[in-house]
Write a protein that binds this ligand. Sequence first.
Ligand code: MRU
Length: 367
Amino acid sequence: MNVNGKPYRTIWLKEGEPRTIQIIDQRNLPHEFKIENISSVTEMARAIKEMHVRGAGLIGAAAGFGMYLATLEAEKSEDFERSLQSSYETLKSTRPTAVNLVWALDRQIDVIAAADRISEKIRIALESAQQIADEDAAFCRRIGEHGVELIRAISQPKDGEPVNILTHCNAGWLAFVDYGSATAPIYAAHDAGIAVHVYVDETRPRNQGARLTAWELGQHGVPHTIIADNVGGHLMQHGMVDLVLTGTDRTAVSGAVANKIGTYLKALAAQDNDVPFYVALPSSTFDWDIRDGVNEIPIEQRDDEEVRFAEGLCEGQIKSVLLSPGTSPAANYAFDVTPARLVTGLITERGICDANEASIRKLFPEK
Ligand code: MRU
């Protein structure tokens, strides 16, 4: 997608420096657009954990490139296998909820193990990291192609009036390698001349909606309005939302979806008001080992400082301010699980299906 008219992905191999990965450091967006060089497993693990990069697909791509860096480090160590395994564990321990992390790590471990010589292992790890990134971008583009038909159908009786879409958090191109999951159908609709308007949940405590989704949509010229997290129910009651469209960090075989905290409440409000609630995901976000979701998906808890403080631009500098009484503790649950019964459908790279096991397996029979 474009930043000030120039096309970017969220992660790539640095031109002319095959031992360096470049990322967009998302921590200071939208106020500062910064590219960061990553040259070690430690740096990649920190970038994932401290959310320089974030979002299910991008966490997976970062893990893929992290394992490439791991092969470079293992080559210089005394014991290649032990060094590789230790890097795997380091990367795996960064964030628990998005399944794309372990999916990409395991995929890398398998291809590296299948190669013979160390030089071959390094070559294949890079090739496979690039494949993971390319696939993520291609799958998100296809999610857009399928999802746009949903938006087109909703727009038809509206006679040119915009389709109002509510989204939560950032399941945009910044959360993937390109296009995004929830945003791909929105960008495709906008590009096809279908009038859309997006209500962007601010998404406390880290404000991925207000900071990232709003910035992305603005860069692409998509009309949008940022709303406080608690506004969605009111809008739905008053017929102001035609469609809720979110991403997911891990999807159970039942169709239950773990997504950014607050998604569940939006799904409840959507059902109460007969608003369709769709979730967009590449197949790398399915966890084929988890059936139910609510009690099985690990939910990340982050530092309480993210709740007690808010960050923003102040006199040209990014500053953090205390919101609450200094002595009050806070809890910071980062994700919740929306049960399948509240999900109208899943938009994948292979098409749209109902949020139930039979329908999911029909699209992915090989699983
Ligand atoms: O904590 P984050 O920012 O990594 O959370 C990920 C998200 O942006 C959302 O949960 C998103 O809707 C799904 S990831 C594409």
